[in-house]
Ligand binder design. Structure first.
Ligand code: PLP
Length: 386
């Protein structure tokens, strides 16, 4: 600390901190959320209609009655053993055996991204990402100074055939630290990596729709989360990694926050241990499927010729590509004037942003408002195309 002026201390920020910027998307979402008159497709929040509030209350009650003070004590960094065992068991599919020792509980899968950056990325290391991609991953990993290399995508997800050319761009023979992909219901596009491409990506044959983890457990790190299947406010996620990497991540987590909340892990395990998710996920999927169908219908009716969009089989987002020449970031002011909001697509690209793209969340807006909001947006796009 520079103490020249004690009343207003000047902090000597690390080079890492100096490079930090707030997320552009958070700023946009915040600006839009302050305008209650705006129909917003900008947020990334799951639908509160899917949160099992009563079941969570009952689980907290039963854990506190059963475990008492143990539920409020410090606990191991790697996580609550029964929950880790349940996750390992659930992910042991297609003949792959995942052991509880490979599972590290984290405070939201977002923490998993940070820990991976910390233990795998040196300044300047190549990190390969599909593009566009989850902006929170670019933020979390970006702190460690990687050189992002973008692999193009189409309707079937990232294109493995494009990988060799991307990897040839690794300067001075440096190996890429890893490839980051969201294979199912991707954020922001809603796309799902096809089975053939999963096989090509991990270079292994298979016949059914499989997790990348089960196809190559020794080479894949799997990030999972309870945010969209229970509730995001509980901040509970997990990393599944090959043993040596799992231990390194555990050491990094120990320094970061000792462990993820004991009570929360016990509560989540109490809920899921007897098959609650089997029925809960059916209801959750139904909510999102209805919302997605309503948005697709509204897009058909109101978006102009020349605009295209994804048709997700799950998740929360539709990715729209507007007629060439329209800059979705510039168009946002006109949209807000018409009382409708969205997230411009640019910040989701690791390289070469496509300005004529936007992310539309269908998770929380009611179908009636959705129709009205998409109609407004369609009019704004048409006015901008002239
Ligand atoms: C692809 C992806 N990864 C990670 C996260 C962060 O989730 P969590 O709540 O598990 O930290 C999100 C949140 O929307 C996401 O879309």
């Amino acid at each position: 600390m520079d103490t020249r002026d004690e009343a207003t201390p000047v902090w000597k920020f690390s080079a890492r901190a100096q490079a930090l910027t707030g997320s552009a998307i958070r700023d946009i979402v915040k600006k839009i959320s302050q305008r209650p008159d705006v129909i917003s497709f900008a947020g990334g929040l799951p639908s509160p209609a899917t949160f099992p509030v009563d079941r969570i209350r009952a689980a907290f009650d039963s854990v506190l009655s059963r475990e008492g003070k143990a539920a409020l004590q410090y606990s191991p960094t790697d996580g609550y053993a029964p929950l880790r065992a349940w996750i390992a068991d659930t992910l042991s599919t297609n003949g792959a055996r995942i052991t509880p020792e490979q599972v590290l509980m984290v405070s939201g899968s977002q923490q998993g991204l940070d820990l991976l950056g910390k233990v795998l990325v040196n300044e300047g290391d190549p990190v390969v990402v599909e593009t566009p991609t989850y902006v929170g991953a670019l933020h979390a990993l970006g702190i460690y100074g990687p050189r992002f290399l973008a692999v193009p995508m189409d309707e079937d997800g990232l294109d493995p055939a494009a990988l060799p050319a991307v990897l040839r761009r690794c300067a001075d023979g440096r190996r890429a630290s890893f490839l980051y992909t969201i294979p199912t219901f991707q954020n922001p596009t809603g796309r799902t990596l096809s089975h053939a491409r999963r096989v090509a990506l991990v270079d292994q044959a298979g016949t059914t729709y499989q997790t990348l983890l089960s196809m190559r457990p020794e080479g894949v790190v799997h990030l999972g989360s309870f945010s969209k299947i229970l509730a995001p406010g509980i901040r509970l996620g997990y990393v599944v990694a090959p043993l040596a990497l799992a231990r390194k991540l555990e050491q990094a987590k120990q320094g970061a926050d000792l462990h993820t909340a004991t009570l929360t892990q016990m509560m989540a395990y109490d809920i899921i241990k007897d098959g609650f998710l089997d029925t809960h996920l059916i209801a959750t999927r139904k909510v999102y499927a209805g919302q997605c169908a309503a948005m697709l219908q509204a897009l058909e009716e109101h978006f102009p010729r020349g605009a295209t969009w994804t048709r997700p089989a799950g998740g929360m987002f539709i990715w729209a590509t507007l007629p060439a020449g329209i800059d979705a970031a510039h168009m946002l002011d006109a949209a807000l004037e018409a009382n409708v909001g969205y997230v411009p697509g640019g910040p989701f690209f690791a390289e070469a942003p496509q300005a004529n793209t936007m992310r539309l969340s269908f998770a929380t807006v009611t179908p009636e408002k959705m129709r009205e909001g998409i109609a407004r947006l369609g009019r704004v796009i048409k006015a901008c195309s002239k």
